[in-house]
Write a protein that binds this ligand. Structure first.
Ligand code: NAP
Length: 287
C-alpha cells in the first residue's frame, strides 16, 4: 500500500513551531496581501492565508483593488506598504488582470519584505545558493519530504515545470540538497523517458491529471504540486460541480507508486505554512 504524504499532518506539526516563534516576538507582524480583480480561486487562497495567519497570531491585511486599477495606482500602494514598519511581508496575489505586468509589480516590493521570494533580487540570491526567502511552495515541498524522512541527496529527481514561482525554485532547492535533478518543461521531448528513470517525480505543470502510470517506474515517489479546478459529476439540478484535482492522475498511478501526495491536502497546506514561516523570518530581520 503506498504511503500518503499528508500535508495537513505535516503542516500541523510545523505550525506549533510557528506559534512558538510568534509568541516570542514583542510585536505582531503583518502580511499585506494585494489582490487586483475578482479571480474566484484567488479569493479562496486569500481566505486560507487569512485564517492561517489568525491561527498563529499574526495579522493579515487584505488590500483588494478593482480589476481596472492602473499600474501607477497599484505601484503607489505597494510603495506605501514598503514604508509601514508593521508590515513585514507583502505579496501580490496572482493572477493579475491582463493589462498588468505581474513581475514589474512584484519588483516594486521591498526585497526584504518579498516573502514570496519572487523579486529579481531574491531569485538571484536563490540561484546563487544564498536564499533570503525560498518561494513558499518550494519550501513546502522540502519540508514535506523532510517530515516523511524522504532523503533527496543522491536521488534522481525529475521536476516537471520550471516557473519562477514553483518548478524553478523546487529544482534549485533539491540541487542544493544534493539531488540529481532533471527539469522538464513544455519543450522537453523525452519527459516520459526521464520520469521513468527517476526515484522521485515532482509535477508542477498546471494540467489536470496529466501524469499517469506510464510516466513512472514502480515504487517511485510522486509529489503532485498541481491544483486545478475542474468540473466534476453533475449535481441533481444538472449544474456541474467543481472539484480540485492535481497534475497527477491519482487513481491511475496509486497502485504503482511507493508514496504520493493527495490533492487537495498535500503540498497546498505546506505552501501556506511556508509563507508564514517566511513572514516571521522577515519580521525578525527587519527589526
Ligand atoms: P505555470 O507558470 O503555468 O508553469 C507551468 C510549467 O509547466 C511551465 O514551466 C511549463 O513549461 C511546464 N509545462 C507545461 N506543459 C508541460 C509538459 N507537458 N511537460 C513538462 N512541463 C510542462 O504554472 P505554475 O505557477 O508553475 O503552477 C504549476 C501548478 O502548480 C499549477 O497547477 C498551479 O495551480 C499549482 N500551484 C500549486 C501550489 C500549491 O500550493 N500546491 C502553489 C502554486 C501553484 P514552459 O516553461 O516551457 O512553458
Amino acid at each position: 500500500m503506498p504511503q500518503i504524504l499528508d500535508g495537513k499532518i505535516a503542516r500541523d506539526f510545523y505550525k506549533k513551531t510557528l506559534i512558538e516563534r510568534v509568541k516570542k516576538l514583542s510585536f505582531v507582524p503583518t502580511l499585506s496581501i494585494i489582490q487586483i480583480g475578482d479571480n474566484r480561486e484567488s479569493a479562496i487562497y486569500i481566505e486560507q492565508k487569512k485564517n492561517f495567519g489568525l491561527s498563529i497570531g499574526v495579522s493579515v491585511s487584505h488590500i483588494h483593488l478593482p480589476a481596472e486599477a492602473t499600474f501607477d495606482e497599484i505601484a503607489r500602494i505597494i510603495l506605501g506598504e514598503n514604508s509601514k514598519s508593521e508590515v513585514s511581508g507583502i505579496i501580490i496575489q496572482s493572477p493579475v488582470p491582463a493589462h498588468l505586468d505581474f513581475l514589474k509589480l512584484v519588483n516594486l516590493i521591498d526585497p526584504k519584505r518579498d516573502v514570496d521570494g519572487l523579486t529579481d533580487e531574491n531569485v538571484k540570491l536563490l540561484a546563487e545558493g544564498k536564499p533570503r526567502f525560498v518561494p513558499a511552495t518550494a519550501r513546502g515541498v522540502m519540508l514535506l519530504l523532510d517530515f516523511y524522512k524522504i532523503s533527496v541527496s543522491g536521488k534522481k529527481i525529475a521536476v516537471l515545470g520550471r516557473s519562477r514561482l514553483v518548478g524553478g525554485p523546487i529544482a534549485r532547492m533539491l540541487e542544493m540538497e544534493g539531488a540529481n535533478v532533471t527539469v522538464c518543461h513544455s519543450k522537453t521531448a523525452n519527459t516520459r523517458e526521464i520520469t521513468k528513470q527517476s526515484d522521485i517525480v515532482i509535477v508542477a505543470v498546471g494540467k489536470p491529471e496529466f501524469i499517469d502510470r506510464s510516466y513512472v517506474r514502480d515504487g517511485a515517489i510522486v509529489i503532485d504540486v498541481g491544483i486545478n479546478s475542474v468540473y466534476g459529476e453533475k449535481l441533481e439540478e444538472e449544474i456541474p460541480k467543481r472539484k480540485l484535482v492535481g497534475d497527477v492522475d491519482f487513481g491511475n498511478i496509486f497502485a504503482v507508486v511507493s508514496a504520493i501526495t493527495p490533492v487537495p491536502g498535500g503540498v497546498g497546506p505546506m505552501t501556506v505554512l511556508s509563507l508564514f514561516d517566511n513572514l516571521i523570518s522577515a519580521s525578525l530581520k527587519l527589526k
